[in-house]
Write a protein that binds this ligand. Structure first.
Ligand code: ATP
Ligand code: MG
Ligand code: MG
Ligand code: MG
Length: 439
């Protein structure tokens, strides 16, 4: 991509309304623009990051056999009356009336709709287990939308729903989701800690939230620092193996980790003192096993092996895809701007031409750009005829992991400058070596 042809509306001034780094940098780097309170347009740079996160979520869900689909944003109130949640949900639900005076709503979540789909088509244990998911915009009329996309009113969420014949099978689905979430966050370069959570109004008896440690987080968290050492890495995982999924969940839930809602000071005191930590956290996902709550209310039943008709056991599992964009920045920035992890960066590398219009410099930049594209990477080439200082400041702000700087003096010696955004270190290397390092 050539910056001269792109749309990157960078702001020089720090927007007054932004209280935390991620919100400031998303506005300044031209990633989002507020449309109204808690509702944002995703400008091209922000959209790229959102899509990369979404891709990782899709890949990890499908790796575990979960099936993608898409449900609408607007739902009928009737389904919610069946589950009893139409009144219970309260003012967070955006209620809409259509021209025929029918009660509709902008979906805050999809348990009712997916249960309706299930009951219309499935009636036998032979069609189970089944996990369906989608990534779709949600609307919750939050009392205090704030921190940009972190607490929006309209936000992008992956929500998945498992259907199983009994409690044991549904608990395996729960564990499987925990493993897919651990893998997803790890692939985004994040340490998200599963913490035992409170089931709240959705109901249920087994739930974990995934929290990212950050001073600006809205939750208070207590944990054993040993949990930070755990890593899945690239270990092979058989998602059908009950034992293997259970073992991974046991490993991650053994160290103490709870939010203030479930915090148990007596239990916490048993953690060795030098490993006891108290901090703030951002909720980036949550998994729930809630059994037959919706299936009983809405008549979603299957015949089991013994020929009995039983309500299906369910769980629902969410990842805050749009919140993650902000959360990743909270965990990866400095005073100059964002520092993207390689796995979610909007472009893999920035190319800065120090003398636009100089034949050699232009040719070298174009060669680097073409070579990176050839390798399947997305470089952002700053080909504007502007001052170097401004170009560097923009690259630092938008936080691409690598910058290749091309100038006439270096080219005379056959080198360009390769700079890592994370370490700030620069080296002079040949063009081919720079391309190899990034590709
Ligand atoms: P919170 O406690 O932050 O209000 P929640 O517990 O109400 O979140 P869930 O119903 O568990 O949210 O939804 C799944 C995920 O969706 C959350 O873990 C979070 O990452 C994301 N999410 C929820 N509300 C918002 C919001 N208003 N803006 C952005 N993301 C959100
Ligand atoms: Mg909420
Ligand atoms: Mg919550
Ligand atoms: Mg939650």
């Amino acid at each position: 991509m050539r910056l001269s042809r792109y749309f990157l509306p960078v702001l020089k001034e720090t927007p007054a309304e932004a209280q935390i780094a991620s919100h400031r940098y998303m506005l300044r780097a031209g990633m989002i623009k507020q449309a109204s309170a808690g509702i944002y347009s995703w400008l091209p740079l922000g959209w790229r990051v959102l899509k990369r996160i979404e891709d990782i979520v899709h890949q990890e869900q499908q790796r575990a056999g979960h099936i993608p689909m898409l449900m609408p944003t607007i739902q009928s109130a009737d389904l919610w009356r069946e589950s009893g949640r139409y009144d219970a949900y309260g003012p967070e639900m955006l209620r809409i009336t259509d021209r025929h005076d029918r009660d509709m709503l902008f979906g805050p979540t999809n348990e009712e709709m997916i249960t309706d789909i299930f009951r219309s088509h499935v009636s036998s244990y032979r069609d189970l287990p089944l996990t369906l998911y989608h990534i779709q915009w949600k609307f919750r009329d939050e009392v205090r939308p704030r921190f940009g996309v972190m607490r929006g009113r309209e936000f992008y969420m992956k929500d998945g729903y498992n259907f199983d014949v009994d409690r044991d099978a549904a608990l395996h689905a729960y564990n499987r989701h925990m493993v897919t979430y651990l893998r997803s966050y790890e692939r985004m370069g994040l340490k998200a800690i599963p913490m035992r959570a409170d089931s709240g109004p959705i109901g249920g008896d087994n739930t974990h939230e995934f929290l990212l440690l950050a001073d600006t987080g809205e939750s208070e968290v207590f944990y054993d620092s040993a949990i930070l050492e755990l890593e899945l890495g690239d270990r092979a995982i058989d998602f059908d193996s009950v034992e293997q999924c259970q073992a991974i969940c046991d490993e991650w839930t053994a160290p103490y980790a709870r939010t203030d809602e479930t915090h148990d000071p007596a239990l916490f005191d048993q953690v060795p003192e030098d490993r006891r930590r108290q901090s703030r956290g951002i909720e980036v996902g949550q998994i729930f096993y809630f059994g037959t709550k919706y299936s009983e209310a809405m008549g979603a039943r299957v015949t089991n092996k013994d020929g009995e008709v039983v309500p299906v056991h369910m769980g629902s599992h969410g990842i805050g895809v749009s919140r993650l964009v902000g959360a990743i920045i909270e965990a990866n920035h400095d005073d100059k701007g964002i520092i993207w992890p390689e796995q979610v960066t909007p472009f893999h590398c920035g190319i800065v031409n120090l003398r636009q219009g100089d034949g050699d410099c232009d040719a070298a930049c174009e060669r680097i750009e073409a070579a990176l594209v050839e390798r399947g990477l997305d470089p952002l080439y700053d080909d504007r005829d502007t001052r170097a200082g401004g170009k560097f400041a923009t690259m630092d702000l938008i936080g691409l992991p690598w910058r290749i700087t091309v100038g006439p003096r270096g080219l005379q010696n056959g080198v360009v400058e390769l700079t890592s955004r994370r370490t700030g270190e620069s080296e002079e290397v040949s063009i081919d070596a720079a391309i190899d390092r990034i590709g």
